[in-house]
Design a protein around this ligand. Sequence first.
Ligand SMILES: NC(=O)c1ccc[n+]([C@@H]2O[C@H](COP(=O)([O-])OP(=O)(O)OC[C@H]3O[C@@H](n4cnc5c(N)ncnc54)[C@H](O)[C@@H]3O)[C@@H](O)[C@H]2O)c1
Length: 398
Amino acid sequence: MTRFSSFQSSYGGGDDQSVSRTLLCHVGGVPDEATGGGDLARITVDVPGRPYPVVIGRGALQDLPRLVKEMGVTAAAVVTDRTLAGLWGEVLQDGLTGYGLTAWIHAVEPGERAKSLTELERVLNFLEASSIDRRGVVIALGGGTVGDLAGFAAAVWLRGIRCVQVPTTLLAMVDSSIGGKTGVNLGRTKNAVGAYWQPALVVSDLALLETLPNTDYLAAFGEIVKYAVAMDRRLAEWLEADAESLLNRSSEALEPVVARCVELKAKVVAADEREGGLRAILNYGHTVGHAVESASAYAAAHGRAVALGMEAAARISLEMGLCDSALVGRQAAMMDRFGLPGELPPVTSEAVLAAVPRDKKSVGGRVPWVLPREMGRAQLGIKVPAETLARVVRALLP
Ligand SMILES: NC(=O)c1ccc[n+]([C@@H]2O[C@H](COP(=O)([O-])OP(=O)(O)OC[C@H]3O[C@@H](n4cnc5c(N)ncnc54)[C@H](O)[C@@H]3O)[C@@H](O)[C@H]2O)c1
């Protein structure tokens, strides 16, 4: 946490009023050697009427049963995936039952296949079989796919019960576990069916990243670079300076980066929960990114697809005279340091161009774009000529 206090936003004039952060000790009395010795950071997402805490740090999972019990919960339905069930699911279930809570566990398909109506129905059947009522809670233990699916199940079960997000990928820690966007894919449309359903609590334990494969770890930097380029010049400087430590997964380097991304997202979500305006900034890189995911039948890793989308958006911005070539080069160098975009499934430029108008943000087939202007600043709602988009995408993809 060494750099926590020295880090301030270059976005929104540095006004962090909607985000409050404190450092916590392990109130549950967890000894230092079991937690890696670090403090926990606590950031509040100040969504009007439903503020919730995000607890971040090594060992945070051990505080979860106490935090859940303090919410008045009696039974927990843990939704995870088949990979994670054996790695962390049993640890979590044991922790909950050890605290006197009833805890059931259900594992879905790993990866994007989890985000389907079929898996949703299975989760709902599980909630019914577990007799989870309104005093119960859904705990989403997994990456963004499990979080989106389980969050949506919590949103619709009994017209909505509480959900706790326990992200296990770096991408989920910095992005998807916060902000309440939940849902599943339908046909070729990414996140076509869903709901805004804010979690009641988010617990990000960096120790859970120890089992995360490197390719998934690196893909998350697609979203992290997104925050830097679109919103926070100082985060960009930080990523450039600390790349080596971040590649080595140093907790000292990683914790402040996770906390900073959470702060940025919390601030945007608190100001614009339903994406009436400002929240669209988080879609930087996502227009082409979602099209790549759709064209690859969701085989492309989200963070890598977003990285390619940011490369496309920056080149479009340059072509339109909205940024200079130094920005495009600096963003590319930053992504390259983290192996991004890296390997993507074979998708053609034509398939991607055909998918762009299907983006669910499109209105009448036109998508409002987020384009970078300078490091740490992006502009929303830009119209991009179809020829410019086609030229850029054809230069990037076969
Ligand atoms: N709701 C939002 O606001 C939001 C934001 C960004 C992305 N997303 C969504 O998030 C999804 C991508 O999530 P993701 O990148 O976390 O991928 P993911 O959930 O598919 O996880 C990637 C893989 O890593 C494995 N895994 C996860 N944690 C692990 C761990 N600790 N140890 C070992 N293996 C582990 C999983 O089993 C899976 O195979 C996409 O569907 C995307 O649309 C949602």
